[in-house]
Design a protein around this ligand. Sequence first.
Ligand SMILES: O=C(O)C(=O)C[C@H](O)[C@H](O)CO
Length: 401
Amino acid sequence: MKITDAYVIVTCPARNFVTLKIRTDEGVYGIGDATLNGRELAVASYLTDHVIPCLIGRDPHDIEDIWQYLYKGAYWRRGPVTMSAIAAVDTALWDIKAKVAGLPLYQLLGGKSRNGVMVYAHANGQTVDDAMDQVQHYVDQGYKAIRVQAGVPGLKGVYGVAKGINYEPATRGLPAESAWSTEAYLDFAPSLFAAARDRFGWDLHLLHDVHHRLTPIEAARLGKALEPYRLFWMEDPTPAENQESFRLIRQHTTTPLAVGEVFNTIWDCKDLIQNQLIDYIRTTVVHAGGITHLRRIANLAELYQIRTGSHGATDLSPVCMGAALHFDLWVPNFGIQERMVHEAVTESVFPHAYSFDQGYMHPGEAPGHGVDIDEAEAAKYPYQPAYLPVARLTDGTLWNW
Ligand SMILES: O=C(O)C(=O)C[C@H](O)[C@H](O)CO
């Protein structure tokens, strides 16, 4: 079997997505997600100009060799652009292999380890009451786990808080700027979870995303303040370039810690995992080198009882979601999967076999990863440049968004 051609499809059904399609001489094709929010065309070019020429004529079954070839062969290792491109190839090749086998992808990974994949939804609101109403909305749909974010009194445009129901941070034009005050946030955040426990009791997993905003000692303070509300996790409490910084947070709090959505390789989380400084690793298929590399990260994490909690915001396309669900159904140390529901127009471009029922998702039984792209539909939605926002402290200092 040989790869005959491959090409990149860039489309914007509600938001931008980059998809790689690999075709073979036997008529079987595979697709992979290559979307890097706000930097989409860099990955599209990396694939079109530098990767695709190296794929033609190769046997698509040689997934490991092709992964190594693209990783070691580039000489320039790691980084979000490189690893998203490799991920797209890897996902498409797993899709092909599973289609040829006539099996859903999770069967090739080792079969199912559970009946369904617990997912968490995003509830948010400008006020605590609005956020609680959204929690109710997701409870009514059967969700067992809900991330809760709310506007901070005195701050405009806080991370995770939407104008409508779905929070979509990337906007047209140059990056939007929002103001941040750690003091105001730290004073406010615990009251959000007091309200949630008060209204919904203890039989619901609550999660919260700090989105890299705090210093380690501030994160330690927040973790301690949230302990009475027994969170499932506190996510991205501080930027994680310095893996060692999590030690300080860890020494002060038993609130479980999750991190990893901006990580690209096992090297970004090796120390965090080996020193047991986190509880959940949030790397996912598209930004961490595909299923082949995600599996290595999960296997390392399993040695330390660290569980997976893959990123699943709307900028991760349905193709990534489909592949992630196969991974989640198999991976022994599964924790939870993030789910932000895509717009109907996105779903019309990416028909998929996965489904949701009462808080759990299932990848479906279609051969491959079960997600396709309707290229005629995709062509109706041309690329629209958009950027993620930046955050500044109230005195104008650029901060972590
Ligand atoms: O889903 C999350 O936890 C996020 O933090 C979402 C990110 O802001 C988003 O994916 C950035 O592209």
